[in-house]
Design a binder for this molecule. Structure first.
Ligand SMILES: [Zn+2]
Length: 158
């Protein structure tokens, strides 16, 4: 459950938040353009506390972050604050996720891949991108709608 004081704090800070967010057409990420920490995560000061932008985005749009869990990036892009690029997990999940996505693909790979394998992977990647583009557009429309109802900014989806 979100405490009443937290809710007030979030509402007050929402418009301040969105002014610093820029959509990136190439990746679909919503990038934090304000201050960044050394590790790349966006941050802002709220009531004298330093808050990570992607965590605040999650709290504003999805809900509270349970104790012991962290807000992690599906898109591997630390400044991104797009809620559907984020998920709740532990640091252990983050490492597993990295492995699944092949961020550590050079670890333990056996030999070179054949041209056929390469073509197959490329086709799979293109299909995935097409699907992601469709989902991204739907998310953009939802976001534009959300902004119309909740903020003073208007977002146009092209
Ligand atoms: Zn992203």
């Amino acid at each position: 459950m979100r405490k009443r004081s937290d809710t007030c704090c979030l509402v007050l800070n929402e418009s301040r938040f969105w002014r610093k967010v820029l959509g990136d057409i190439a990746t679909g990420c919503w990038l934090w353009t304000g201050a960044r920490r050394a590790d790349g995560y966006g941050c802002l000061m709220i009531d004298g506390r330093r808050v990570r932008a992607h965590r605040l985005s999650w709290q504003m749009q999805v809900g509270p972050i349970p104790d012991g869990l962290d807000v992690l990036h599906r898109c591997d892009n630390p400044p991104c604050v797009r809620p559907d690029h984020l998920f709740l997990g532990t640091q252990g999940d983050n490492l597993r996720d990295m492995r699944n996505k092949g961020r550590q693909r050079n670890v333990g790979r056996k030999g070179p891949i054949s041209p056929q394998q390469r073509a197959k992977r490329l086709a799979a990647r293109l299909a995935r991108l097409e699907q992601e583009n469709r989902e991204q557009r739907e998310a953009d429309l939802r976001f534009a709608d959300w902004c119309r109802h909740n903020t003073a900014i208007s977002v146009r989806v092209v």
